[in-house]
Design a protein around this ligand. Sequence first.
Ligand code: ADP
Ligand code: MG
Length: 264
Amino acid sequence: MSPRVITVANQKGGVGKTTTAINLGTALSAVGQRVLVVDMDPQGNASTGLGVGRADRSTSIYDVLSGDMGLDEAAVETAVPRLHVVPSTLDLLGFEQEVMGARDRAFRLKRAVQALGPAETGPYDYVLVDCPPSLNLLTINALAAASSVLVPLQCEFFALEGLSQLLQTVDHVKETLNPELTIHGIVLTMFDRRNNLSTQVMEDVREYMGGRVYETVIPRNVRLSEAPSFGKPALLYDINCTGSQAYIRLASEIIQRERSLRAA
Ligand code: ADP
Ligand code: MG
């Protein structure tokens, strides 16, 4: 079986995509999974947050998408055992223009993932793809390569706005590029239990999206936002903080959902 490719997507910025990719990746590797985080955002926040500064990026996802390098060659180790990252660089900004005329332009990441080979013999069990805040060709590549999509939703008033556009894009990719694509789940982020609006949004999203919403809710937690400035996942920075603990629960929920998806 190919590695499970979970694409973390939401075209809104600042909803917790990168925080989720980093900390979910860390929590999965902590329970023995071999994880590759692929940074598809030219801003490179996932790379920085995993300790790969701009000066240290001698390989990048751009090299992979342009066909010059395999994911395994472009991957670099992090401070987390079993967790590697393919960093992004600003070269990625030119990708869309450069491949405009190429027939395989939406399948560059998928081809690279397939080249890793099956999880049994290849280097990874999970590939987590961190998307840019846009529904551009980079996100389309990430969806075309995915087994499933994980959508972080911030617990704020406009949370549901934009979700239908994302779900339409997912449907469209499923019909045209990737018939296997499923919604893995929706994770509510930056939840503040002292704030009535957060609770209201949580209830609305659960009513509207039902069982697709994970039980685990990620609280607003300052440790989660501090950790990237130390180039560390929150799970290494402070494993006991509420944010780290929530990502550990999310990882176990995801592994359970994976089992039932495989059995189905
Ligand atoms: P995205 O990748 O969707 O743009 P980020 O994961 O970068 O979003 O999060 C946006 C900002 O909010 C970052 O500064 C991040 O550290 C912070 N952040 C994310 N999740 C939380 C949380 N649960 N609690 C507090 N701050 C958070
Ligand atoms: Mg991000």
